[in-house]
Design a protein around this ligand. Structure first.
Ligand SMILES: Nc1ncnc2c1ncn2[C@@H]1O[C@H](COP(=O)(O)OP(=O)(O)OP(=O)(O)O)[C@@H](O)[C@H]1O
Length: 313
C-alpha cells in the first residue's frame, strides 16, 4: 500500500526527513512514533502529496506521489492536525458536501454520511452545527470527513492530541473498530506512547528524520529492552551471596536482572537462589524505554513536548 525509497525532505538546511525506506501492507495499522520535530508530519505530508519530496520516491496505493498526485488523492483520506469541518455548518451537511467534492452523487454521499455518523457514534450530534461539538466529537467528525469517499488508506496526523484521556480512549476505540469493519489501512502519527502501544500492530520509531526501529510494540520491547527483575535482600552481604549463586552482580542489597519474559522467569530465578529475597519486582518496558535504549533520550523528557502531554504520555 505504501512503499518509499530514500524519501527525503530538506527545508533549507533542515533535513526534516532523511532517506526513509518503508513498506506498509494493505490492512495494516501503523503508528509513526517520535518526538516533536522528528519528521513524522513531513513524512505524512509527502505521502499525501501535500508537499513534494526533495529526493527519493514514494508509491501510495500503487501511484507515485509526484507524478500521479490525483490518483493518490482519490484513494486516500488525510486528517491533519487542525479541524477540517466548517464551524457554522451542520456536521451531516459538511460530510455530504465533502462527498460531493469527491464526485459522489447526493444520494451516495447521504448514505455514506449516515453510515459514518452511526459507526463513529455521532448520531446524537450530527445535526447540530459543528461549532457546538466537543473536541472529541469534532475529531470524530474530522475522521468521518476523511473517510467519506471510502479511501483504501487513511492518514491521521496526531488524531488525539488535545483530547482528554476519556475522549482519547473513545477515539482510539473508533479507529480500531473502523479498521476492523472496513479493512482500511491506517497510518497515524503520535507522540503518545500508550496510543502507539495499544492501537498499532506495528510501530515505526522516527528520530531526526530517520527510521530507527520498526516492529510490533511487543517485539520492540522484547528486542531492545526486555523485562526487569529486581530482587531485594535484607542486606548487601545476602545480596552478594545470592548474586554469586546465579552469576549476577549486586548493588547494595539489590540484584537487577534482565529477562525476556520476566513473570515466567522470576520463579525459576527464585528457585535457584540460596536465600529468599525480601522483595521481588518485575517490570515490563514501555515504548519510552525502547526509545531511551535506542537514542539515550526519553520521549517524555523531550523539551518541546507540551506539559499536558508529559502527564498523559
Ligand atoms: N515548512 C517548514 N519549513 C521549515 N522547516 C520545517 C517546515 N516543516 C517542518 N519543518 C522542520 O522539519 C522538522 C520535522 O518537522 P515535522 O513537523 O515533520 O516533525 P514531527 O515529527 O511531525 O513533529 P510534531 O510531533 O511536533 O508534529 C522540524 O525540525 C521542523 O521544524
Amino acid at each position: 500500500m505504501i512503499e518509499t525509497r530514500e524519501l527525503t525532505k530538506l527545508f533549507k538546511d533542515v533535513r526534516a526527513v532523511d532517506g526513509i525506506n518503508l513498506t506498509v501492507a494493505r490492512g495494516e495499522l501503523v503508528a509513526l512514533l517520535g518526538p516533536n520535530g522528528a519528521g513524522k508530519s513531513t513524512t505524512l505530508r509527502m505521502l499525501t502529496t501535500l508537499i513534494p519530496p526533495t529526493s527519493g520516491s514514494a508509491q501510495v496505493a500503487g501511484f507515485d506521489v509526484v507524478r500521479q498526485q490525483r490518483d493518490v488523492r482519490l484513494r486516500i483520506g488525510y486528517i491533519g492536525q487542525g479541524n477540517g469541518a466548517g464551524h457554522s455548518q451542520r456536521g451531516r451537511d459538511e460530510l455530504i458536501s465533502q462527498g460531493r467534492a469527491y464526485g459522489m452523487t447526493v444520494r451516495a454521499a447521504r448514505t455514506r454520511a449516515a453510515e459514518l455518523i452511526d459507526s463513529l457514534g455521532l448520531s446524537d450530534v450530527a445535526d447540530r452545527t459543528v461549532s457546538t461539538l466537543s473536541g472529541g466529537q469534532r475529531r470524530r467528525l474530522d475522521i468521518a470527513m476523511g473517510l467519506i469517499h471510502a479511501p483504501e488508506l487513511l492518514f491521521l496526523d496526531e488524531p488525539s492530541t488535545g483530547l482528554d484521556p476519556q475522549n482519547r480512549a473513545n477515539l482510539q476505540e473508533h479507529i480500531v473498530r473502523l479498521r476492523a469493519e472496513h479493512g482500511t489501512t491506517i497510518v497515524l502519527t503520535t507522540h503518545y506512547l500508550d496510543e502507539a502501544d495499544s492501537m498499532a500492530e506495528r510501530v515505526i520509531v522516527i528520530d531526526h528524520g530517520r527510521v530507527i526501529a520498526d516492529d510490533s510494540p511487543q517485539q520492540l520491547k522484547a528486542k531492545h529492552v526486555g523485562d526487569r527483575v529486581i530482587l531485594g535482600f535484607a542486606g548487601s552481604e545476602e545480596a552478594a551471596r545470592a548474586a554469586a549463586a546465579i552469576g549476577a552482580q549486586h548493588e547494595g542489597g539489590f540484584i537487577r536482572l534482565t529477562a525476556e519474559d520476566g513473570p515466567r522467569e522470576a520463579p525459576k530465578i527464585l528457585a535457584s537462589l540460596p536465600i529468599t529475597p525480601t522483595s521481588i519486582e518485575v517490570t515490563r518496558p514501555t515504548l519510552d524505554d525502547v526509545f531511551l535504549t535506542l537514542t539515550g533520550r526519553s520521549l517524555r523528557e523531550d523539551s518541546s513536548t507540551p506539559a499536558a502531554e508529559l502527564v498523559e504520555a
